[in-house]
Design a protein around this ligand. Sequence first.
Ligand code: FAD
Ligand code: SIN
Length: 536
Amino acid sequence: MRFESDFLVIGGGIAGLWFAIQAAQHGTVIMLAKKDVRESSTNYAQGGIAAVSSKDDSLEEHVQDTMAAGADLCKPDIVRTVISEGPPLIEELVRLGVEFTTCKHTDTNRFDLGLEGGHSKRRILHASDFTGREIVGKLFAVAADHPRIQFRNYHIAIDLLISPRDRDLAPKEKRCWGAYVLDIEKNEVHSFVAPTTVLATGGTGKVYLYTSNPDIATGDGVAMAYRAGARVANMEFTQFHPTCLYHPQAKSFLISEAVRGEGGTLRLIDGSTFMEKYHPSGCLAPRDIVARAIDRELKKRGEEYVTLDITHRDPDFIRSRFPNIYRECLAWGIDITRQPIPVVPAAHYMCGGVVVDALGQTDIQNLYAVGEVACTGLHGANRLASNSLLEALVFAQRAADTSCRRMGERKAPCPPLPHWTSGHAVDSDESIVVAHNWDEIRRLMSNYVSIFRSNKRLERAKRRIDALVGEIHQYYWDFLITADLIELRNLVLVADLIITSAMTRKESRGLHYNISYPVTDDETWKRDTILWRGYQ
Ligand code: FAD
Ligand code: SIN
C-alpha cells in the first residue's frame, strides 16, 4: 500500500517529536517508530540539557567548553548557533509542560543546575535523573493530541524512496520521496510517500556489545542515507560513557555523570583514587579522558570494574537528586547511599553521522537529518556532556522552519515510484544465523574498535567485517525481510563505516585513540573524515 503525508518523520525521540510538533502547524505528519514511540535513547537521558540560564554563566563560556571538549574539530559557527538558539527553545519546552527541577536553595537561579565533565559552570537543566522520560512524556502528549500527526508504531523504515530515474544522479540532484517501511506486526512492506522526509533515527550504540543505548540504536538512519548516496562524517568518534553499571545481569544502565558533578569519586577496587594522575579536573575531566583512564587502569590491573563512590553525601540528598539511579541500583543489591557503585565504560553516543548543513538538510534534496543521526559540526571529536538533547532541539526546529518554508516553493511532481517487491526471496529457515552474525559484529567491535585502537586491530576487524558484509548481503537478498534482518544489514554497514573512518584517520584526537599514531596531527588531520558510497 501507499500512504501519503506532507512530512514523513522516521523516529520519535526528542528530534523527531520536536520536528513533528513544529511541522504539523503547516501540514500533515506521519511519524514512524520501530517500537513504541516512547522507546528511544531520549527516554533514558538522565543528566539533562546543557543551556545557559544562570547569571553566573555566559553563552561564550558554554561555547568555549564545547570547543575544548571537541578537540579542535567543532565548527565554531554551528557551536554558536546551537548554544545561542538553545535557551529560548528550553523556554518553549517549559511552556509545553516539561518540568525541570527548580532551585530550592537560593533565589539567584530559577532551575537547579547540574554539573558534568568538561563544563566550567553549572548549566545542566534536569528533571531529577529522568530528564528524558519527562521530555518524551510531555512532547508525546502534545503530539498525540495534534490532529495532523499520525503515529505508526512498530513500523521500521527499510530504505529511502529515490526514484529509479534519479538513482545514478549526483546526491545533490537526487530527491527523496519517503521510505519503504515494514509494518512489523502485519509483516507487510508499504511505501510511505512524502515531499519532505526526516531522519530522526538516533544513534549506533548497538554496534558494540557493551552500550548504554536501548535496542533501537542500530544506526538505521546512517545506513539508509549512506546507501542512498549521502555523505556521512566522523564515524570514528564513538563516545564511551565512563560510568555504566557493572553487574553481570544488568543490561545497559547508565550512572549519570551528574553523580560526579555532585561529588561522586572514581576509585579503584582497593579504594584508591586515580583520576588526579590523568587530568587537572580529575573525575570531571572530559569524557574521552575519563573513559581512557578507566580502561587503562582496568587493563593494567586485570580488574573488571572501578567504583563510583558518593557515600559521603547525605542519603536524603542522594535519594532525592538521583531517585532513578538509587532505585535501579538497589534492585541489583547496591545501596548507593552506603556502597560504592561498580562501573565500566560503555559505548554511548555517535558524534559522527549523516552530513547536514546549518539547516539540517542532507546532500539529498528533501531529506533532512536531525538529532543523533546527524553530523552537524557541534561535537567535533568529542561531545560535551548534555549537548545532544540541545543539538536535537535546535536542529529539529531549524529543519522544520526550513522545510515548511520550502513547502510553497516545491514544483516538481512526485515521479512514479516502484512498489516493493520481494523477488525470489523465501522464508528463512536459519534465523539463528542473524543472531550469530549480530553477536559476532558486536564482539568484534568491542574487542578491536573500542577505546584504544591500533592498526593491527583495525586491520583484523576490517578483514572480518568485509566477510560479514558479503554474507549478510547474500542473506538479505535470499530471504524475506524481517525487522532483525533489516537491523543486521544496517549494523554491519555502520560497523564498516566506523572501522573505515578509524583506519582513515592516522592520528589520535578526541575519542579516537590509535596507539599506532598516538599524537594529534593538526597539519594533516584537523578535518572531518568523510565517506560516501563508492569512496572505498
Ligand atoms: P532517539 O531518542 O534515539 O530516537 C530514535 C527514534 O528512531 C526511536 O523512536 C526509534 O524507534 C526510531 N527509529 C530508529 N530506526 C528506525 C527505523 N529504521 N524505522 C523507524 N523508526 C526508527 N544526552 C544529553 O544531552 N543529556 C543526557 O542527559 C543524556 N543522557 C543519556 C542517557 C542514556 C542512557 C543514553 C542512551 C543517551 C543519553 N544522551 C543524553 C544522549 C541523548 O539521549 C541522545 O543523543 C538523544 O536522545 C537522541 O535523540 P534522537 O531523537 O536523535 O534519537
Ligand atoms: C549522563 O547523564 O551522564 C549522560 C549525559 C550525556 O550523555 O550527555
